[in-house]
Design a protein around this ligand. Structure first.
Ligand SMILES: Nc1nc2c(c(=O)[nH]1)N[C@H]1C(S)=C(S)[C@@H](COP(=O)(O)O)O[C@H]1N2
Ligand SMILES: [Mo]
Length: 541
């Protein structure tokens, strides 16, 4: 009877157990591959890691409508969602490879290597790829993963082979002789898991240490007193209405929109800005110290994203300190088109190879376009472009607000399409007049009686002259405007509403300093910004 049981156990693990264990092998091999890739990328270049590289390639190839959808629905978590999606896909495919390997070990391992090829190709094709070394994380990771899968599969599918001849007398002889080595497999799988976790953690640690120079260089920045300070924000610019957007958006709550899966950590001490191109008679290279040593201006400017839907969150107002871009351009010999300059487009390039194109005329014509080094009294946060970014009042971010800037090239709109223009967005992006109801919130249930309706309106560089509120299909009523800081900032407004019981729709529209009233026509964000009136539905009870 002992013989019977051991015969059954002899099949290296039973079929039902093999499948999940095979899939587990695939997952473990995938973890090993990613962990090793993480470690290698920490040494080579963080951005060259396979998930970042494939994710970046995916972002660049995502059609504009889908990208817009992602920004709208996942908001600033869009990148997290993308990375989780990549990891989930990889996990599923790794599990399949683990199953394939049960029958064809080599094919399984080869499959893992193929993923390495995809990762390496993605890394090498990134616009900011630094060279052939960028392929290393994917390649080394894949080799580690393929080896791991092969090894684990052997553990799972081969009888122990410790002895082919039965050892009579030993109680578990039957188990030992041809059964699979359960303990051996468990040890192998655990070792893989622990080693992967260790390698991954070490990679993370090395990456963190790699950014220390940048962090130290930021900590060391002492923003000089600007030669041209901003006037204090007028006392009446900030209304005391609960729920309204604060007049100045703090650095921590400022919206973030960019394509960077890995936020560039630039060491300011090695940073350079090059200015060159068409009509640049005196090409310039500036250091961070050069910028700090120049005449600085301080301005309140509201920044808006072209992907902001009507009523959306991608708008914020900050106090920026920087160098007037026109001054730097003039020093480089640049003339605006109206003075006969040959270049009508200024293309800003970032360290992560983003390109943004602004009209030279707008940048030089007298508005406070700047190379910003400070945001709300602090050096720029890394998320917002440390050490230097562009800010141009009145232009959407995608045509002006280059973060982590390193290069400015003067060219023409005919000669060059920057990143977003190549993806279906308009070459020119002046901010459209917009207004937003911040309070009450959608589907709020206020009590009948006086309810404060309040929010913000913006039309950078034109200013806001009037805001009106409409209840249901009633007439447009003038809202009370807060004091205007500058025409480059948004303006708060409020409207005391005598709310009657029942469901109501609240509407808002603004009129800018040029006398133009916001259109009620709804258009989507692509190609040059959404239009339409923001509305909020509430139930008064
Ligand atoms: N390097 C870089 N700069 C960039 C972007 C980017 O993707 N990469 N996005 C632009 C867009 S679309 C906007 S709206 C603003 C947003 O700036 P913020 O993230 O500081 O709010 O940055 C701009 N500058
Ligand atoms: Mo944007």
């Amino acid at each position: 009877m002992n013989a019977r049981t051991s015969t059954r156990r002899r099949v290296p693990p039973q079929r039902w157990a093999r499948l999940p264990l095979g899939a587990l092998n695939g997952l473990l091999a995938g973890c090993a591959a990613l962990a090793v890739a993480e470690l290698v990328s920490a040494v080579v270049r963080p951005q060259a890691g396979p998930v970042i590289a494939v994710g970046g390639a995916a972002i660049d190839r995502t059609p504009a409508p889908l990208k817009d959808f992602a920004i709208r629905h996942f908001g600033e978590n869009d990148k997290l969602v993308l990375q989780l999606g990549i990891l989930a896909t990889l996990a599923a495919l790794a599990a399949v490879l683990g199953l394939i390997a049960l029958r064809h070990r080599r094919a399984g391992a080869l499959g893992v290597l193929l993923f390495g090829v995809v990762g390496a190709a993605a890394a090498l094709s990134r616009p900011d790829a630094a060279g052939i070394a960028d392929a290393l994380p994917s390649v080394v990771g894949a080799v580690a993963g393929a080896g791991t899968l092969y090894w684990l599969t052997v553990r799972l599918t081969t009888p122990t082979g410790r002895s082919t001849a039965p050892r009579p007398g030993a109680p578990e002889a039957g188990d030992r002789e041809a059964g699979w080595d359960r303990r051996g497999f468990l040890v192998a799988a655990t070792t893989t898991a622990v080693a992967s976790a260790g390698a991954g953690a070490l990679g993370r640690y090395v990456k963190g240490a790699g950014g220390q120079g940048a962090v130290a260089s930021r900590d060391a920045v002492k923003l000089p007193v600007p030669a041209s300070p901003a006037a204090p924000v007028p006392a009446g610019a900030a209304l005391r209405v609960p729920g309204i957007s604060p007049f100045t958006t703090s650095n921590g709550s400022f919206y973030r929109v960019d394509t960077a899966l890995f936020v560039p950590k630039v060491d300011a001490t090695g940073w350079r800005l090059r200015i060159h191109g068409k009509g640049v008679s005196r090409p310039l290279t500036l250091t961070f110290q050069d910028l700090l040593g120049r005449e600085l201006i301080e301005r309140d400017v509201t920044l808006t994203c072209v992907s902001n839907e009507v009523g959306g969150p991608y708008v914020g107002n900050a106090r920026w300190i920087g160098v007037r871009l026109a001054d730097v351009l003039r020093q480089a010999g640049v003339e605006p088109p109206s003075r006969g300059g040959p270049a009508d487009q200024l293309v800003a390039r970032s360290v992560d190879a983003m390109t943004l194109g602004s009209p030279v005329e707008v940048v030089m014509e007298g508005r406070d376009a700047m190379l910003a080094v400070g945001m709300n009294g602090r050096p720029l946060p890394f998320d917002h472009g440390f050490p230097v970014r562009m800010v141009v009042p009145g232009l959407y971010g995608y045509v002006s607000a280059c973060k982590w800037i390193k290069d400015i090239e003067l060219t023409t709109f005919d000669a060059y399409d920057p990143y977003w223009a190549r993806r279906g967005w308009a070459q020119q992006g002046p901010v459209k007049t917009e207004s937003r109801i911040d309070t009450p919130k959608p589907f709020a249930r206020p009590k009948p009686g006086r309810v404060m309706v309040a929010g913000v309106a913006w039309a950078q560089h034109r200013g806001i002259d009037r805001v009106e509120v409409r209840i249901d299909d009633g007439p447009w009523n003038p809202a009370d405007l807060a004091a205007q800081d500058t025409t480059d900032t948004w303006r708060q407004w409020s409207y005391p509403w005598e709310a009657a019981p029942g469901g109501h729709t609240l509407w808002v529209r603004a009129t800018d300093g040029a006398g133009r009233t916001q259109t009620g026509d709804r258009v989507q964000t692509i190609p040059d910004g959404a239009t339409g009136w923001h509305s909020v539905v509430v139930g008064v009870h």
